[in-house]
Design a protein around this ligand. Sequence first.
Ligand code: ATP
Ligand code: MG
Length: 407
Amino acid sequence: MKYQSFLIKYAEIGIKGKNRHVFEEALVHQIRIALRTCGGRFAVNRTYGRMFVDCLSEYDFEEVTEKLSCVFGIWGICPVRAIDIMPIGELREAVTAFMAEEYPSGDHTFKVKTRRLNKEYPLESLEVNAELGNAVLTAMPRFTVDVHEPEIMMHVEIREKIYLYSHEIPGPGGLPCGVGGKTMLLLSGGIDSPVAGYMVAKRGVRLDAVYFNAPPYTSERALQKVKDLAARVARYTGPICLHNINFTPIQLYIYEKCPHDELTIIMRRYMMRIAEILAKKNDCLGLVTGESIGQVASQTLTALGVTNEVCTLPVFRPLIGFDKEEIVQVSKKIGTFETSILPYEDCCTIFVAKHPVTKPRAEVIRAHEKNLSEKIGDMVAEAISTDEIILIGADSEKILKRREDEA
Ligand code: ATP
Ligand code: MG
């Protein structure tokens, strides 16, 4: 085993004052969940204000670092070599060997940074720094010391054992999942909504998701695409309950009864209404969409206002100020992009008007929605009764059980 532990660095949790332990416990919990699907046994420990994942058996380095780099709340992951306490002479050799193995070319600037938490160790931190710096330079003269901006920070932590580390693999940042309640994500097959879900979840919020499906106008493949997107997002958020709603009858009814340049906006209002009912039923504290100002006709400020007016829950639009290119960058980073651009039709692309209104007036839209009054109440209830809950992500069985217990 090359690395016996991983030091977990967390940034923002560190400044949460009295609630710090709540965040730390949530992070430990999320790390345990993430590692449950890895081969190997691990222990997550907190000591001296630091968090470690100790590896208790052989494991796959790539797999473990991949899983950890999806856990919100982690800022950095440092693979650690743990060695027994040893006199400075032997420690000089151990650190030299570590540096030679990690950086065989030797063409780097470095600095040794020691923390001596075990006060029984006979040398002080500064003395250890000097000894080890000297040892590396003597053994490998290509290295040079730079105490201000070293390329390599060789960390040496002396505790019940001695920990050596110099690499840091970036984590996703944010806050551990679940500390901030739950929201309902309107998840389409596009580029934006998975990114929106990721952004909100990054702040510690759990997700349920709803997909408005339009069979037979949309295919099974379109639903599969949404499931795949949810699964990608679930790597970060943990399990997601995806609500698959049959929206076809409502769409056809709107198509029949309302002016076609208002289809998108009226459809969007019914999506929001249904999403809100589902959200309340499932203890969600808000709705999340992938809207961004001006991106399409239904996302002008006026249109967003008209869409928004049907909701009583807060609607979170984390991409509101993002350019498309910025959204694409995040979607590539989280691995949803390739799936999002698959060309399967979506309900909105099928029922879209050639020239949708960009400045809808709320009173006009409300008046046209009256055309629907005969059947729409029943149709909304019917749509909600089609709710097919698809469990996405690792712990699905446990969630299903909890829901059954609650029912
Ligand atoms: P996306 O890339 O997320 O599909 P978009 O740029 O295609 O967004 P719209 O189609 O106008 O934008 O949709 C705006 C938002 O409405 C989406 O980000 C999503 O949150 C929600 N939405 C749209 N269509 C659906 C759908 N079929 N099911 C669930 N939510 C949807
Ligand atoms: Mg879309």
